[in-house]
Design a protein around this ligand. Structure first.
Ligand SMILES: [Zn+2]
Length: 252
């Protein structure tokens, strides 16, 4: 009998693994608690309570305890909000969602996270689920994600000379300092990540538009390529880790 206080959370499943014969250990991203890992007792046996609900990327309402001292939460119930079936049945969408999942797991600790991240995550998964092009969605997600976690890249002016971005100038992103250099201030030619004026403008719009208006923003194939290369390199630098799932994006 569990007598601890239980709360309800809107949550997205980010990880699910077997525990013993009948239990599952599930990691969620919750609206108000951030990352939460809990045990769903008997989930592999109980056909009613959890079946088809604790699938990767599903959106749920869960009833759970608040874990203390790095222990697992107890997941009492789960109600499916959206299983995002179309997302899970499309390889490109699934791969994109896997990259997003990896970034969130890298950036958050248990019971930590920003409340702005949950709406962004739900918006991105819902958009993937309604067959929107995955790569622009990944770009929109990542540029806003870096800002939410406190590492917004500087894209409006040159780090060297402070001059505002100009239409006929070429820029390169400097991963170590998280900002751009104009052609006069760029030194290391070998490792430069080009960002054209058009790409910088689109990224700034992607960062500042309300989510519901983002689908109107069109990105050229060239801007998508520039943006993805910079977002990936910046992530590797920030987390000092390879983004393992990124390799599968080549096929998207
Ligand atoms: Zn400059």
């Amino acid at each position: 009998m569990n007598i601890k206080q239980q709360v309800e959370s809107a949550a997205i499943v980010l990880d699910c693994r077997d525990h013993g014969e009948s239990d599952l250990i599930v990691t969620f991203y919750c609206h108000h608690h951030g990352r939460l890992t809990g045990i769903a007792k008997g989930a592999k046996r109980s056909k009613k309570r959890f079946v088809n609900k604790l699938e990767l990327f599903s959106s749920l309402y869960i009833t759970h305890t608040i874990p203390r001292n790095n222990r697992l939460a107890f997941i009492a119930e789960a109600d499916l909000t959206d299983g995002f079936l179309a997302l899970r049945n499309n390889v490109s969408c699934y791969t994109t969602a896997s990259v997003i999942r990896e970034f969130i797991l890298l950036a958050t600790k248990e019971m930590e996270g920003d409340t702005d991240l949950y709406p962004l995550l739900v918006w991105t998964f819902s958009s993937l689920n309604s067959n929107r092009a995955p790569l622009p969605l990944l770009i929109f997600f990542l540029i806003r994600f870096y800002t939410i976690i406190g590492y917004s890249p500087q894209l409006d002016s040159c780090l060297g000379c402070n001059q505002q971005v100009q239409p006929n100038e070429t820029y390169s992103f400097h991963v170590a300092t998280g900002g751009i250099h104009c052609s006069r201030c760029t030194r290391n030619e070998a490792s430069r990540l080009n960002l054209s004026h058009g790409t910088l403008k689109s990224l700034t719009i992607a960062l500042n538009q309300p989510l519901e208006r983002l689908h109107r923003l069109q990105l050229s194939a060239h801007s998508q390529q520039e943006a993805l290369t910079f977002l990936y390199s910046y992530g590797r630098q920030l987390f000092q880790r390879e983004i393992v799932s990124w390799a599968f994006l080549e096929k998207v």
